[in-house]
Design a binder for this molecule. Structure first.
Ligand code: ATP
Length: 208
């Protein structure tokens, strides 16, 4: 088992968003979080990544933790593409950045400062970072934003290789990555139920 989520409830700005979320992710599996804008995909991923505490429940991750790729790419603007990857590879104790450069087609951009990359190129570098973490569990929030069709295909291939090597991926994405083996989890049934006005728990009733 790679990730086990039990009865998780998450909030944003003090308001409950999702509750009773539960699922298990095994090595080699991908799970796609679905649901309309604002349902709480980002919030759920951040909670599982340990970036914000859940309101209730728990998530069990591998002992080494997960690699999280959120909306911010976390790039060092003045460092080159290769230097950025080397920086992250050192942090995670990995050696060779060449496979990551190759996987996201960044070899020709290796010496370019990150600040001089296009939005899609930055995103490719952010995703290449996943490959130098050596982490088995990837948590991905809209990983394909800014990517063109060819880059989406590269990324899908990188995920597939990751799964084939025993990794797992949990991701929020609105686009079809062509990963037919991915499971889908629709978050709509987990939307937190807020008490309706005057139905108990509200200000009026409390002070009536
Ligand atoms: N800083 C904030 N304070 C309070 N509420 C917030 C804040 N940021 C976001 N929210 C609310 O939290 C809810 C969950 O947001 P979240 O970003 O997790 O949704 P999402 O499913 O990832 O959305 P999208 O598909 O648009 O990326 C939304 O209804 C949003 O309006």
């Amino acid at each position: 088992m790679m990730l086990s989520v039990h009865d998780l409830a998450v909030s944003r700005g003090g308001i409950a968003i999702l509750e009773r979320v539960g699922f298990v992710l095994d090595p080699g599996e991908a799970l796609v979080l679905r649901g309309p804008n604002g349902i709480g995909k980002t919030t759920l991923l951040r909670s599982i990544a340990g970036l914000q505490p859940p309101v209730a429940g728990r998530a069990e991750l591998p002992p080494e933790g997960a690699a999280y790729a959120g909306h911010a790419d976390g790039l060092k603007a003045t460092l080159s593409v290769a230097e950025n990857l080397t920086f992250w590879a050192r942090i995670y104790g990995q050696g060779d950045i060449a496979p990551a450069l190759h996987a996201m087609d960044l070899e020709g951009l290796a010496e370019r400062p990150a600040q001089n990359l296009s939005a899609g190129q930055k995103r490719r570098l952010g995703l290449a970072r996943l490959l130098v973490t050596g982490r088995r569990l990837w948590l991905l929030d809209e990983p394909t934003v800014s990517l063109d069709t060819a880059s989406v295909a590269l990324f899908a291939a990188a995920i597939r290789a990751h799964l084939a090597s025993g990794g797992a991926a949990l991701m929020a994405t609105h686009i079809d990555l062509g990963l037919e083996e991915a499971r889908i989890l629709d978050l709509t049934p987990f939307r937190a139920t807020l008490p309706a006005p005057g139905q108990g728990g509200g200000f009026d009733e409390a002070f009536a």
